[in-house]
Design a protein around this ligand. Structure first.
Ligand code: OXD
Ligand code: MN
Length: 588
């Protein structure tokens, strides 16, 4: 008798009609065959075998370079269950419409069956998914980003406990591109795109959209968060989760080389994008990184911003839409040094500066996580790591950059949920559409929450009541500028000074001052030795400006109104408390 996996694969093959079906085992020899297929496809190229062994450049179709949020849907019978921040289609209608595009889509192609585990192979927090796809690039990428092949088949056995995902490149026409999620069935359909966030179905589709839905049903959390460990003198490691929107610096923060290493403060990477968290027997929220690799934004990545990843990506790495030097090495804007002569741009054309950036702004590297020198010895711990702090942040410009101080701590969990729910950040090249537009992005989950965001806020509030030792919640802003528009804070490895203050607050130390928005570091609270920063700049960095906040509260009201009566009462309460605190602080 067919197993549930085989039955589903047969059904998917019946619809898409591939010439052949290949079950992947994840072995090296199979990977070589898949890479061979990729190279024969004409859009992938081997890089310099000496300096970048086992590395490849893939060039995507120029209209398929980022996530397409307007083509991403949550398909629930009731539109309100998707909520006002998601695109919605009725499940029957969606299957009819997109089924027509999938019908025969794999004709003449091979269907690869990719069983994979999200999370360490032996963790009870991990889950199995199965992706069928007609893209060898997707197979090779899934092998880096997840535990793929036999290991997943062994975990699954004859069980039906897996999340199926059907992917076809289709004809890559954005008019015929859809990324559909059926949260009740725990099913994913994606057609018309080969881009990572749309096509590697374990990542955004499963580990965030479907998993966030499962997490609410089952009492855990699936979040768009990096996971890092901050080692302090004596060797103790304190773990933190940080939610920043796409392409806003999670990878660099998670892999930071600390400027306080000589004082014993060092950062260890557990994950750079997604955290799955469950309450552990010790009362802490325990986090695993469901992924096995980093799918990071290449432009802006260099020895100054992320030396760890620069060291990691010189072998076994897939590059997408980067430029290539005459020596067949990858290159992008922000790679150290001036553009070398003889560059070929991401479209495969000889490059000169009149042609715009040589690498696409959302060019990516896909690298095994274990290759990073910063990888935590606990990154595959089956029980996960206990989280002591959550950090919210983003990319801030204009008024928003002035609003929040460098760092502040919320008064309690409920207030922290308000801080996360009211996050806003500038859009980036990670998704198609305008870049640099400020939008509300609660908990950095706007594009990734698989259900009504108001219910998601409620889930956060309920988790707070259940976690015996909840993480403290913080907000950071690396983007404050002075009157000459120069950044006040140097960022990157210096950010460890902020992490150190967070650690001290977690431990009940750390000098702080109470303000209406939360606790900010006291003027002597941050460790600033070795950093040239004037007392005025520090003052500017930590200031809470009442006028800006009054304007912000009016905007928040408008955002909350979108959710109508479904918005949790506690968030309205927090909004009112904040106004009262400002009224007390600045009497009329
Ligand atoms: C990503 C994203 O690729 O958030 O991680 O878009
Ligand atoms: Mn992401």
């Amino acid at each position: 008798m067919a197993t549930p996996l085989e039955s589903w694969v047969n059904e998917a093959a019946g619809l898409t009609k591939p010439d052949r079906v290949v079950y992947c085992d994840g072995s090296d020899s199979e990977n070589q065959r898949i890479i061979g297929e990729m190279l024969r496809g004409g859009d992938s190229f081997p890089l310099n075998e000496k300096t970048y062994p086992n590395c490849y450049l893939h060039r995507s179709s120029p209209n398929d370079v980022a996530r397409t949020e307007h083509l991403t849907f949550i398909c629930t019978p009731d539109k309100d269950d998707a909520g006002p921040t998601n695109n919605w289609m009725d499940p029957g209608g969606a299957k009819h419409k997109v089924g027509a595009l999938l019908d025969g889509a794999m004709h003449g192609r091979t269907m690869y069956v990719v069983p994979y585990i999200m999370g360490p192979a032996n963790s009870p927090l991990s889950k199995v998914g199965v992706e069928v796809t007609d893209s060898p690039y997707v197979v090779a990428s899934m092998r880096i980003m997840s535990r793929m092949g036999k290991v997943a088949m062994d975990r699954l056995g004859a069980s039906s406990d897996f999340v199926p995902g059907l992917h076809s490149l289709g004809d890559l026409d954005p008019m015929r591109r859809y990324i559909l999620h059926f949260p009740q069935e725990k099913l994913i359909w994606s057609v018309g795109s080969g881009y990572g966030g749309n096509a590697l179905l374990g990542k955004k589709c499963f580990a965030l959209r479907i998993a966030s839905y499962m997490a609410r049903e089952q009492g855990w959390m699936a979040e768009h968060m990096l996971i890092l460990g901050l080692e302090s003198p004596g060797g103790k490691v304190t773990y933190m989760g940080a939610a920043f929107p796409s392409a806003c610096g999670k990878t660099n923060l998670a892999m930071m080389v600390s400027v306080l290493e000589n004082q014993g403060y060092r950062v260890w990477t557990v994950g750079d994008d997604i955290a799955w968290m469950k309450i552990g027997d010790d009362g802490y929220l325990h986090a695993i990184n469901p992924e096995a690799g980093f799918f990071g934004v290449a432009p802006g990545t260099g020895l100054k911003t992320n030396p760890n990843v620069m060291g990691a990506l010189t072998k076994n790495t897939l590059f997408t839409n980067v430029a290539m030097t005459a020596q067949r090495e990858p290159w992008w804007e922000g790679f150290d040094g001036a553009p070398p002569a003889g560059l070929i741009n991401w479209k495969g054309e000889p490059w000169d500066s009149s042609k715009g950036p040589a690498a696409h702004p959302n060019a990516r590297y896909t690298v095994p996580a274990r290759q990073s020198p910063s990888i935590s010895p606990k990154w595959e711990a089956p029980e996960g790591v206990p989280i002591s702090a959550f950090i919210f942040g983003g990319r801030f410009g204009g008024r928003r950059a002035r609003l929040a101080p460098l760092v502040y701590e919320s008064f309690d969990w409920q207030h922290g949920v308000f801080v996360g729910a009211t996050m806003a950040s500038e859009t980036t090249a990670a998704a198609t559409g305008d870049v640099g537009v400020t939008r509300r992005d609660p908990m950095a989950m706007l594009p990734f929450c698989g259900y009504n965001m108001a219910d998601y806020f409620q889930h956060w509030l309920e988790m707070g009541k259940k976690i015996p030792k909840p993480p403290k919640i913080f907000h950071v802003n690396w983007f404050r500028r002075d009157a000459d528009r120069k950044f006040l804070w140097p960022g990157y490895g210096e950010n460890v000074r902020v992490l150190k203050w967070i650690l001290e607050r977690v431990e009940g130390r750390g000098a702080a001052e109470e303000t209406p928005i939360g606790y900010v570091p006291a003027r002597n609270g941050l460790t600033l030795d070795g950093l040239k920063i004037s007392p005025q700049a520090l003052e500017e960095l930590l200031k809470v400006n009442a006028d800006d906040w009054v304007q912000e509260m009016a905007d928040t009201q408008e955002f909350f109104d979108k959710f109508g009566s479904r918005l949790p009462r506690e968030l309205r309460e927090e909004h009112e408390k904040l106004s009262r605190r400002f009224q007390r602080a600045v009497p009329a």
